[in-house]
Design a protein around this ligand. Structure first.
Ligand code: FAD
Length: 381
């Protein structure tokens, strides 16, 4: 058993940490309150070649390893949430093409996402289809050499900022999950609008892409008709562990703030850090952060070792890490007292930032359903 990163992984961690601390963290107070993607953040990620960790070598990447993606997400999120979102969405947006794309589709769409020249997005959720993905209503009707898309997505990160969107729509509405197909839709396609934006707790580019008789070539179908659900689930299976890594970074940021504040703030003539109530919080934070780290990097390692599906391990990592990060952020804010809720304080931003991770890419309730289903399947044989 070896709990150390390999020399290559350690080098990546150092690189990501350095750029995160020196260049991205100073941008966070503004970028993480913005509903637009900050070009400077994207440029830094591109210059450092970090997007290349989401693409295979043949298409401009460094090869896809979950451990590497986790390392990058942990360090980016610890410093600047927007940097993490932009990095992760290029991964989520391109992985369906990696999984199911034709050679031509891979050559067209993957290199610009791997270089950071273009941004990607993953459009699955709809007003009537969130946890219950198969209830989606967006349809794609074949018409000669085209598909015509109609419907609306919701909560799609990078709406308005992305250049390519992986969109899931029904080609056979009578077949529920087996009737879903995956497509690439390029920004600027007539009938495709990204004007509808949402205002959320922790601002970022997010909205409701709309399809009104949007005609795309048949060649933009990924895989075969009906493959969409499998493509979506396999993509989420791959990235779920990395959500854990991102919130691990946020938890570390909250923990750092707690340590620093508790040493400098005095009450009753001593630093807060001298009170046992504070010390117990710090002990619990450190322990739960470590426990989450072990779950996350175990799931990543198993996937990188070639284990086909890591449904159980990835769900455990995502569930535990997101719930952990919420508790750590809350405890850290409590240590800050009234200052914890003041705008401009890092912990106030982290506290808001961490919340949605218990909802996206499968809510905590859905993770528990998945975990128990996997366990009972194994028990029953
Ligand atoms: C900040 C943010 C970013 C997002 N980014 C994207 C994105 O880029 N692309 C994308 O496609 N989607 C994205 N999403 C959407 C996200 O994946 C969905 O919000 C999520 O899947 C939950 O769906 P819902 O919001 O419709 O909630 P619902 O499915 O309506 O669930 C509401 C509540 O009911 C619970 N519930 C539902 N079913 C069950 C059940 N069977 N048993 C027990 N409890 C249940 C849920 O756990 C939840 O607590 C994002 C969401 C947020 C908040």
């Amino acid at each position: 058993m070896d709990f150390n990163f390999t020399p290559e992984e350690e080098a990546l961690r150092r690189q990501a940490r350095k750029v995160a601390v020196e260049e991205l963290e100073p941008l966070a107070p503004e970028a993480d309150e913005s509903y637009e993607v900050t070009p400077q953040v994207t440029q830094i990620l591109a210059r450092e070649g970090l997007f290349r960790y989401i693409a295979p070598e043949e298409y401009g990447g460094h090869g896809i390893r979950v451990t590497n993606i986790c390392i990058v997400r942990e360090e980016l999120a610890r410093a600047c949430a927007q940097a993490d979102t932009t990095f992760a969405m290029n991964g989520l947006g391109s992985y369906p093409t990696v999984l199911a794309g034709s050679e031509e589709q891979k050559r067209r769409y993957l290199p610009p996402l791997a270089s950071g020249e273009k941004l990607g997005s993953f459009a699955l959720t709809e007003p009537d289809g969130g946890s219950d993905v198969a209830a989606m209503k967006t349809i794609a009707v074949r018409d000669g050499d085209s598909y015509v898309l109609n419907g609306m997505k919701r909560f799609v990160s990078q709406t308005g900022a992305a250049h390519t969107y992986t969109v899931f729509a029904k080609t056979d509405p009578s077949a529920r999950s087996r009737g879903i197909s995956a497509f690439v839709v390029e920004e600027g396609t007539p009938g495709f609008s990204t004007d509808r934006r949402l205002r959320v707790l922790a601002p970022h580019a997010i909205g409701e892409p709309l399809f009104e008789d949007c005609r795309i070539p048949v060649s933009n179908l990924l895989g075969k008709e009906g493959d969409g659900m499998k493509i979506a689930l396999s993509t989420l299976d791959m990235f779920r562990t990395t959500v854990g890594a991102a919130v691990l970074g946020l938890a570390l940021a909250a923990y750092d703030e707690a340590i620093s504040y508790s040493q400098h703030r005095f009450a009753f003539s001593q630093p807060l850090a001298e009170f046992q109530a504070t010390q117990f919080k710090i002990a619990d934070m450190a322990t739960s952060i470590d426990a989450a780290r072990l779950l996350i990097y175990r799931a990543a390692w198993l996937k990188d070792q070639g284990q086909d599906r890591v449904i159980l391990e990835a769900s455990m990592a995502k569930l535990f890490a997101t719930e952990m990060a919420q508790k750590v952020a809350d405890d850290s804010l409590q240590i800050h007292g009234g200052m914890g809720v003041v705008k401009g304080m890092a912990i106030e931003r982290i506290f808001r930032e961490v919340r949605a991770a218990r909802i996206y890419e499968g809510t905590s309730e859905i993770q528990r359903i998945t975990i128990s289903r996997e366990i009972l399947k194994r028990v029953r044989g």
